[in-house]
Every structure is written in structure tokens, then in C-alpha cells.
Design a protein around this ligand. Structure first.
Ligand code: HEM
Length: 399
């Protein structure tokens, strides 16, 4: 039996588990449910320091045995290894800048602002279709960002249901049957490789075509990096925003006073989106990092070649950083939270996610003055996995 922090109690209430860790064991040695040894960093200052410490690396490409070598007896790391691809999220400088620069131009605040009318349109068309009771997650929060990133990248709309299944499996990879994860990751990347080939044969003016062109003309990235970057954008572009919308909506439904404040003053919306990200953000623990040499974090020495997970969810509730950290306050001055990460891997899609979040909450508040949960709160369930903190569904009534 593998002892893991990431058990049923954690899934039900990660905030209580992290509160205890911040207090008693801020740098905690544990294992994933599949038996891979990891260190979990939970305090705000330590999380930020770890994200910018060059002795903590993400270069798994050149250290392919790093995960395997942290496997416990009886453990199986193959599922984890299958989802550590060759893209910006899993490399160090200088490769990081090379891979990030290629797509960075598309995600600037200005470019994303120009996309806003299309986000509004997609959001409105999804909400036009719902009845008096619907699943906010499946009927709205999943398709909205998927359609937006799908259009940007140039992924045919009919392929999304399959893509979402592959993506969900790879995201939950650290707790599922490794064979299932390996199969999903392989099918997913095969699909994307074929799509890249199709765009090479017939460019379509989308981001994928531009990336294929950059590969051909500038040799700016390898064939594997191209496909794995498309994989990252597909997964990161839709998995997370879903839970910004649903965790935020749930937080409001649990706090009618805050919901009333927001309805009374929609000008609070941008600050409220930041508060949703801080209070109950979509990313629980980061993707993996490893120590290149012994590193002391928060007074605990972690030996060389160990895997490290920093918890953004935990950092954002650290009372040493945020006054009354466990309280939802839509009037809290924004800034400081690390829901989008910190350092060079800071989320590339943050402007897009913020735009999608602002549009989503404005539409929900404007259209549904009587928004409420359609099931008792105890019936809500949380997704398995280490990375994501989000519900499996959110049934709501609009009156
Ligand atoms: C509310 C929504 C989102 C949240 C909370 C979020 C959060 C994060 C976090 C925490 C990281 C850093 C991970 C780490 O250090 O291990 C990250 C990286 C990244 N995110 Fe997001 N993300 C969101 C939406 C998006 C969207 C819409 C895109 C669009 C494509 C995106 C693309 C990326 C990319 C490409 C990276 C890697 C950046 C790098 O390694 O330089 N994200 N995100």
C-alpha cells in the first residue's frame, strides 16, 4: 500500500490538507498514488522561491530517467512519463525562450483583446441553448474555452469530444492506470501529428499552420516539439479555464453576500475573477520539477535528483501573504496570487483565461438572476489527479 498525500481526504478538501502542511510540514515528502516519490512545497514564499530557483529544473527531455529513478517499490511511473512532453513547460533556458517565443505573439494582451467579441459570441450561443436546469461544467464551461482555443489553433470542431477525452485522461495521469494514460497520450499525439501534416500540405491561416511554417522555414523547432507544443496548447487552453468558471461559480453560490455585491456592482468583475483564481484556482500542484543539486527550501534540505511539486492552490491561501486568506472577498485588491504560476513558466494563456473568465461571469450574472445549485452540495464531486482542482459536474438551476 503506497502512502500518499493525494488520497480521498485530499480530493474532498485539499485546502484543509494544505493548511496542515503549511503549519506543520511546509516541505513534505510523500508519493503520488502510483508510487512516485515527490516533495510538496506549500507556503507562498517557498513556492515563489522554488519557481525561480535555477537549481530546480524542468528539463526532463535531457534527463529521461528522472521520474523512473524516483519510483518506489511497487510503484509505476509510466503514466507520468507519458505526459512529460517536449514543449516549453518541460524545458529550461535557453530552449524555453525559443519554444515560448514562437507562440507568445498570439497570446499578448492586445491580440487577446481583439478576440473578445468572438469569445462573447461563443459564450452567448452556448447559453442560448440551455434550459432552466443545466450542467454548468459540461454544457458551458467545457465547450467555451475548447471552442476558443480550437478556433485559434485550427482544430476541427467535430474532433473536440474525442480530444477532450484524451486530454482529461492525460491530465489525470498521475492517478489512473498507467496503460490507459500511455494509450491516450499516444493516440492524442498521433492525431495532432496528422493534423500538422495536413496543415503543412494545405496551410489554413491558423496558429498550427503558422507553427508548421516556422518549423519549415526557420527550423525553429523539431517535429516532436511542434506536436508537443500543439498538445500543450490544446490541453492548457481548455482544461484550466473550465475550473476557473466552475470553482468561481460555486464559490459565489456558497457566498450569497459576495454574489449580491457583484450583481450590484459589475465593475467589480475583473477583481472578482482574480479573487476566484486566488480563492479556489484550477491548478492545485504544478507540473514536476527536479533538484539538480541539494536544495534547501523553507529550512528543509531536499537531496539532488528528487521530484518537487509546488502547490499554487496552497500558496494562495497562505495567511502569511493574504489577510483573512480563507475568506472569499470580491472586493479584495487584485494581485499577488500565483494561480497562473510564477517565473519563466508563468502561464502564457493568462490574458486569454482572464478574458474568458470575465465574459463567462458577466453572461452568467446578466442572464440568470436566480442562479442556484440544482443538487445538494454534498453530491458534488472533484476530479481525481494532482494537477487540477475542479469539479466533475456542476448542475445548476437558473430560477
Ligand atoms: C484559468 C485558467 C488557467 C490557469 C489557472 C492556468 C495556470 C497555469 C499555470 C499554474 C502554469 C504554470 C505551471 C507550472 O509552473 O508548472 C501555466 C502554464 C502555461 N499555461 Fe496556463 N493556465 C490557464 C489557462 C491557460 C490558457 C487558456 C492557455 C492557452 C493556451 C494556457 C497556456 C499555458 C502555457 C502554454 C503554459 C506553459 C508556459 C511556460 O512553460 O512557459 N493556460 N498555466
Amino acid at each position: 500500500m503506497i502512502e500518499t498525500l493525494f488520497d480521498e481526504d485530499y480530493l474532498r478538501d485539499p485546502h484543509s490538507v494544505f493548511a496542515r502542511l503549511r503549519e506543520e510540514r511546509p516541505v513534505y515528502r510523500t508519493a503520488t498514488p502510483q508510487g512516485v516519490r515527490v516533495w510538496v512545497v506549500s507556503r507562498y514564499e517557498d513556492v515563489k522561491a522554488a519557481c525561480t530557483d535555477p537549481r530546480l529544473s524542468k528539463d526532463f527531455t535531457n534527463n529521461p530517467d528522472m521520474i523512473k529513478s524516483n519510483e518506489l517499490e511497487g510503484g509505476d511511473s509510466s503514466g507520468y512519463e507519458a505526459v512529460v512532453p517536449h514543449n516549453m513547460l518541460f524545458v529550461d533556458p535557453p530552449d524555453h525562450a525559443r519554444l515560448r517565443r514562437l507562440v507568445g505573439k498570439v497570446f499578448t494582451a492586445g491580440r487577446v483583446q481583439a478576440l473578445r467579441p468572438r469569445v462573447e459570441q461563443i459564450s452567448a450561443s452556448l447559453l442560448d441553448k440551455v434550459g432552466p436546469e443545466f450542467d454548468l461544467l459540461h454544457d458551458y464551461a467545457v465547450p467555451l474555452p475548447a471552442m476558443v482555443i480550437g478556433e485559434l489553433l485550427g482544430i476541427p470542431e467535430n474532433d473536440w469530444p474525442q480530444l477532450i477525452k484524451w486530454s482529461n485522461t492525460t491530465i489525470e495521469g498521475a492517478v489512473l492506470d498507467p496503460q490507459v494514460v500511455v494509450r491516450a497520450a499516444t493516440e492524442f499525439t498521433t492525431y495532432l501529428a496528422e493534423l500538422c501534416e495536413a496543415r503543412r500540405a494545405a496551410p489554413a491561416g491558423d496558429l498550427l499552420s503558422a507553427m508548421v511554417q516556422a518549423q519549415d522555414e526557420e527550423g525553429a523547432l523539431s517535429a516532436r516539439e511542434l506536436v508537443d507544443t500543439a498538445f500543450l496548447l490544446t490541453v492548457a487552453g481548455h482544461e484550466t479555464t473550465v475550473h476557473l468558471i466552475c470553482n468561481g461559480a460555486l464559490a459565489l453560490l456558497r457566498h450569497p453576500d459576495q454574489l449580491a455585491k457583484l450583481r450590484a456592482d459589475p465593475g467589480l468583475l475583473p477583481a472578482a475573477v482574480e479573487e476566484f483564481l486566488r480563492y479556489d484556482g484550477p491548478v492545485s500542484t504544478s507540473t514536476l520539477r527536479f533538484t539538480k543539486e541539494p536544495v534547501t527550501i523553507g529550512g528543509t534540505q531536499i537531496p539532488a535528483r528528487q521530484l518537487v511539486l509546488v502547490s499554487f492552490l496552497s500558496a494562495n491561501r497562505d495567511a502569511a501573504q493574504f489577510a483573512d486568506a480563507d475568506r472569499l472577498d470580491v472586493t479584495r485588491p487584485p494581485g499577488q496570487h500565483v494561480a497562473f504560476g510564477h517565473g519563466i513558466h508563468y502561464c502564457l494563456g493568462a490574458p486569454l483565461a482572464r478574458t474568458e473568465g470575465a465574459v463567462a461571469f458577466r453572461h452568467l450574472l446578466e442572464r440568470f438572476p436566480g442562479l442556484r445549485l440544482a443538487v445538494p452540495e454534498e453530491r458534488l464531486a472533484w476530479r481525481p489527479g494532482l494537477l487540477m482542482h475542479g469539479l466533475t459536474s456542476l448542475p445548476i438551476r437558473t430560477s
